[in-house]
Ligand binder design. Structure first.
Ligand code: BEZ
Ligand code: FE
Length: 304
């Protein structure tokens, strides 16, 4: 792609021609019945034109952009969503989460949902194992779910999902095995605990146009090691989040989808082989890890 100076000086006459076009296009949405749709379309027009004018977009670059979006469409199906991935690597997903999940008192922060959640994952009892045969180091995860005043929330539903130690979710394999995912409910004291796998880093799907784009700009597709949570309880805002592993170098070098928040980085304490487990589980001489995640949900009412 050819380079040209971003800030080419233009004559007042040329600027007027360009501005006239922007205003004409914005005016074309004036009759939109739905006022929110009108606002979205007019603002989008303004920002798109500002972008093209600021960078002095060439026709070759415009064509490359169209080709990129066409490729993203071609690779997208009911399992692969390249447009969400694109939004993720631009930080737009995280920005939308920030806009829609304003911090509220001490409520746990939200982060990106990702493409690997599956409805109807199996239910496990408290202390059960989400691994379902997925490989990795066993990891005991425990904590509470409370409201912002510290009141326990019994029967809160906790969905958890994660990649195996090779960096793949169950849905990325060709078999139908359900592994590395489950749901459970908190007890009467708002407590929960389960066995999972110590999270390991893995790349976002990077064999398509988004991967090519990351390569072209010298960015890594790697995500910091994490375990996904979605927590729901009556009268509380649903929380979609992850916990990250303290000390993972990708936290420093940069998570490819900008999902890391410092409040979500947790210590995963390594336990040498032979260390007794919290529930007496026999791990036959393998090491394991443990972590704690106390979850605080914001109320759905009176969010200010
Ligand atoms: C994930 O956490 O699994 C993920 C998030 C965003 C894009 C791709 C993967
Ligand atoms: Fe993930």
């Amino acid at each position: 792609m050819s380079t040209r100076p971003a800030a080419t000086a233009i004559s007042p006459e040329q600027a007027a021609v360009e501005q006239q076009l922007v205003e004409t296009v914005i005016a074309s949405f004036e009759g939109t019945q739905d006022s929110r749709l009108k606002q979205l379309m007019q603002a989008l027009t303004r920002h798109l034109h500002n972008f093209a004018r600021e960078v002095r977009l060439t026709e070759d670059e415009w064509n490359a952009g169209i080709e990129f979006l066409t490729d993203a469409g071609h690779i997208t199906d009911d399992k692969r969503q390249e447009f969400i991935l694109l939004s993720d690597v631009f930080g737009l997903s995280m920005q939308t989460i920030a806009i829609n999940n304003e911090t509220h008192k001490n409520a746990t922060e939200a982060t990106v949902f990702g493409p690997f959640f599956v409805q109807n994952a199996p239910e496990i009892p408290i202390g059960g194992d989400i691994a379902g045969g997925a490989s990795g180091q066993p990891c005991w995860v425990e904590g509470t779910v409370t409201d912002t005043d510290g009141k326990p929330l019994p029967e809160a539903r906790i969905e958890v999902w994660e990649a195996d130690e090779d960096g793949f979710y169950d849905v990325q394999y060709t078999n139908d095995r359900v592994a590395g995912r489950a749901h459970l409910f908190t007890d009467q004291d708002g407590k929960y605990a389960f066995w999972a796998l110590t999270p390991t880093p893995y790349p976002i799907p990077h064999d398509g146009p988004v991967g090519k784009m990351l390569e072209a700009v010298g960015r890594s597709p790697m995500r910091a090691s994490h375990l996904h949570f979605m927590v729901t309880a009556a009268d509380h805002r649903t929380l979609v989040t992850h916990i990250f592993v303290e000390g993972d170098p990708i936290i420093e070098t940069g998570d490819s989808v900008f999902g890391v928040k410092s409040s979500l980085i947790k210590r995963f304490v390594q336990q040498p082989p032979g260390t007794p487990t919290p529930d007496g589980r026999e791990l036959r001489g393998t090491s394991w890890a443990r972590t704690r995640f106390d979850i605080v949900l914001a109320p759905t009412l009176d969010l200010k």
